[in-house]
Design a protein around this ligand. Structure first.
Ligand code: AKG
Ligand code: FE2
Length: 510
């Protein structure tokens, strides 16, 4: 029998899957048949308060929710956003057709990208059956460095697969098709799209010096000429250039930060040091974000422009093994949690859910979820969703963020503090002095001992960390004792853990 024809689309998706979740055989993506299961809940399970954006002032919001560290859903934030009109599959296809978006990370911490055209096709085809489909979780949508290979591709000057120039095709142990020219190019450390500042060296904060390596969606790299002699290709390039110019507005122009969340103190750390803080999030039913606490004590807002997200939140301080128990034989995907762990909270008329203050929400289009710092939460998409989310440090959550940052990201904390000092000297504003006083008064407070899952498993793929591995991708950005939590050390530890695991496996199979 003839093997089924693999189109370029299939190859791209297959490759992204293999890289983003190498632990999963390509045929195992629907092994649990979760697509057959109903994950909706009755409306009345969602009891979280809703407020109207135009009726609640910033001061009132801070007093009632931010200071009390309470979650709430805000309605009406999207009024006037370009996203209302522009954020849908058709427009994405027009504007971002060939642009790569991050869907996960490979085992070496390199980003895995899929072009919008492949992703959207996947989402309405085989993605409908996958247990936990690929999920765009991209913080690099503002600017992204391009590899020479990407640049050539975007300019249309190279269609060669050139596996030798593509470092990922050299990786051992990966079933990559050498002739598979990349639509899911990885660019190491360019984009730190993992929620929660997991990958601090963000491409969205590329130093301005590397101009030629930066692309802003909707803009085009100049000077990347097309291959000489191919007039047809030139014409095509010209057409696509025109199309891109026509759609020159960026995703960033399509939303604005709600008035409640305008304070963004991490800005002070400068672009180079500031961790990634905003993500463009797109995915189909059952994709989602595994249970986590947002990192560095930050709070977050998450505006859903279409579709429905199912959330569970737990108040801070609940032991991790209660809300995040071992899920063997399941992976750590959000859908696995809802299948395997949630029923324990729901049993006996929500005995455990009530005991631990679990909050359930079905977020609807146009609603914005406020997630206060320190709240473990889990999110699963119930249908095709598009969202934008941002984490922030404000004067209200500053103390907790400072304590976390001081430990987990000491360089960032130093830079932040020296910037506060500089600004205070320059402006004399009490705002800076108050923050500096807080830093001083916290100088002798011991390091926070928050839960050790203090980071996120952002996309469905990166949430699928090795469940035995205590050095999983869901490990803490924040305090875990004396272990250095910088990106490099975490990566090194992950590698070591993987090596140890492999050795363990091979010795047990001997
Ligand atoms: O929309 C999602 O998948 C969840 C996002 C989230 O939890 C986060 O951004 O921290
Ligand atoms: Fe989160």
């Amino acid at each position: 029998m003839q093997p089924p024809l693999m189109t370029r689309h299939h190859r791209r998706i297959r490759r992204a899957k293999l890289r983003a979740r190498s632990e999963l055989d390509i045929f195992q993506w629907n092994k649990h048949d979760f697509a057959e299961k109903d994950f909706t809940i009755p409306k009345h399970y969602d009891t979280l308060e809703r407020i109207d954006y135009d009726k609640v002032s910033r001061e009132e919001f801070i007093e009632r929710f931010e200071e009390k560290n309470l979650p709430v859903v805000i309605r009406g934030v999207m009024e006037g956003w370009g996203a209302c009109k522009n954020w849908n599959s058709e427009t994405f296809l027009k504007k971002y057709y060939s642009q790569p978006f991050k869907v996960g990370e490979d085992d070496d911490g390199n980003n895995v990208y899929v072009k919008m055209k492949y992703f959207l096709k996947y989402a309405v085809n085989e993605g409908l059956k996958d247990d936990s489909p690929l999920y765009i979780f991209d913080s690099g949508f503002v600017k992204r460095k391009l590899t020479p290979v990407q640049k050539r591709r975007i300019s249309g000057s190279s269609s060669s697969s050139s596996s030798s120039s593509d470092p990922k095709s050299k990786r051992p142990g990966k079933r990559l098709n050498a002739s598979d020219s990349s639509g899911d190019e990885k660019t190491k450390d360019q984009d730190s799209s993992v929620v929660g500042f997991k990958r601090p060296r963000s491409g969205s904060s590329s130093p301005s010096g590397s101009k030629k390596a930066i692309r802003i969606y909707g803009q085009r790299d100049s000077g990347t000429g097309s291959r000489a002699g191919s007039s047809e290709r030139d014409e095509k390039n010209e057409k696509s250039r025109k199309r891109e110019e026509e759609h020159a507005s960026t995703l960033l122009d399509d939303f604005s930060v709600p008035k409640y969340f305008k304070d963004d103190l991490f800005q002070l750390a400068g672009d180079r040091r500031r961790p990634p803080f905003r993500w463009f999030v797109v995915g189909g039913a059952r994709s989602g974000t595994g249970i986590h606490i947002d990192p560095l004590g930050t709070s977050a807002w998450n505006t859903l422009t279409s579709g429905h997200k199912r959330w569970c939140l737990f108040p801070p301080g609940i032991p991790k093994d209660i809300y995040d128990p071992s899920m063997k034989p399941f992976d750590r995907e959000a859908v696995s949690w809802f299948h395997h762990v949630y029923p324990r909270f729901a049993a006996n008329d929500f005995e455990l859910g009530k005991k631990y203050g679990m909050i359930e929400v079905i977020q609807k289009p146009g609603e914005t979820m406020f997630v206060p710092g320190g709240w473990p939460h889990i999110v699963m998409n119930l249908d095709f969703t598009i969202a934008i989310t941002q984490n922030f440090c404000s004067p209200t959550n500053f103390e907790s963020v400072w304590l976390n940052t001081r430990h987990a990201r000491p360089k960032l904390a130093r830079k932040f503090r020296s910037e506060l000092e500089r600004l205070y000297k320059k402006t004399g504003r009490c705002f800076y002095k108050d923050l500096l006083d807080k830093c001083r008064s916290l100088a002798y407070v011991p390091m926070l001992r928050m839960s050790t899952d203090d980071s996120t498993s952002s996309s469905s793929s990166s949430s699928s960390s090795d469940s035995d591995g205590d050095l999983s991708s869901t490990e803490s950005e924040s305090d875990i004792g004396e272990i250095c939590m910088c990106h490099k050390c975490k990566k090194k530890r992950r590698k070591e853990a993987r090596r140890a695991n492999k050795e363990k496996k091979s010795s047990s199979s001997d």
